[in-house]
Design a protein around this ligand. Structure first.
Ligand code: CP
Length: 310
């Protein structure tokens, strides 16, 4: 693996190898007082974030540090981006300064792909940490890791992805990865929050959450991305919550073994009731925990394993 830009096109063997490595790393570090491996000693990893983040940025930083890489965080608001420097010049500067890997989050779909082209000559690996409404591949990998832990294999499991699919890079990455790993995906959303071309995706579509819940193995609630809704929010927050929120009543429609996921940050009370988010069926904290091991595995496959970019 040279870069991780998307799950669309990521083959099942590569995805499974990353998930297996994450699992191995998790078990290696379990119960250790000092969680530090020498694997990436001497490597430099830079996170370059043009959008806010808590989980992704912090877990990449921890992942790099637990593998002994030097990790440097650059945020657009406190860098020369604020003086007008372009993404290309910023990326070339980071590569020239010695980055072995740049992890980028950017509001423009396709930004990570452009970066990988600009950094090809330098041999710098690029990880997409979320590009506009396009993809967020490490989120989908950590979701798959969490579902594998709770359900075993993903083969023939049915996963409902619920809510603001239109603006969700998490949904897009999960649709591709889950179907590659053999799961069935049903999108549950109002027609106004589904993307154009949804019929070309490997999914079925429903507008009736109550009807879908009894037949799923997992339900993934999405964040409502108000910051990307420039024309206002339709349906209203109240209508959304009534039709697509995961309430305690709706949770009772799920099979006993079903897992509840949310990528975070979550709007409690609108997308998901607090009691559901904090219930034993919820794997939301495990998702965050697994995010560190999955991101360690991604860095390992990019920088330390045979066939790594550098
Ligand atoms: N799930 C996710 O990407 O969260 P952050 O925006 O906090 O990184």
């Amino acid at each position: 693996m040279k870069h991780l830009l998307a799950t669309d096109g990521l083959d099942a063997d590569t995805a499974t190898a990353v998930l297996d490595t994450a699992d191995e790393l998790k078990h290696t570090l379990l119960g250790r007082e000092v969680r530090k491996l020498p694997t990436l000693r001497g490597r430099t990893v830079i996170t370059l974030f043009y959008e806010n983040s808590t989980r992704t940025r912090v877990s990449f930083e921890i992942a790099g540090k637990w593998m002994s890489a030097d990790v440097i965080n650059v945020s657009a608001s406190s860098s020369s981006v604020n003086k007008g420097e372009s993404l290309r010049d910023t990326a070339l500067t980071l590569a020239a300064a010695g980055a072995d890997c740049v992890i980028v989050r950017h509001p423009a779909s396709g930004a990570a792909h452009r970066l990988s082209g600009w950094l090809a000559e330098a041999g710098t690996a690029v990880v997409n940490a979320g590009d506009g409404t396009h993809e967020h591949p490490t989120q989908a990998l950590l979701d798959a890791a969490t579902l594998r832990e709770r359900l075993g294999s993903l083969k023939d499991r049915r996963v409902a992805i619920v809510g603001d699919v239109l603006h969700s890079r998490v949904a897009r990455s999960n649709i591709h990865l889950l179907s590659t790993l053999g799961a069935e995906v049903v999108l549950v959303a109002p027609p106004t929050l589904l993307p154009v071309g949804v019929e070309t995706l490997p999914v079925t579509v429903s507008h009736d959450l109550d009807a879908e819940l009894p037949a799923v193995d997992a339900v993934m609630m999405l964040r409502v991305q108000a910051e990307r809704m420039h024309g206002g929010f339709f349906p209203s927050s109240r209508e959304y919550s009534i039709s697509y929120g995961l309430s305690e009543r709706r949770q009772r429609l799920l099979p006993d073994h079903a897992v509840v996921l949310h990528p975070g940050p979550m709007l409690r009370g609108m997308e998901i009731a607090s009691a559901v988010a904090d219930s034993p069926a919820s794997a939301i904290t495990e998702q965050v925990r697994n995010g560190v091991h999955v991101r360690m595995a991604v860095l390992y496959h990019l920088l330390a394993s045979e066939g790594a970019a550098a």
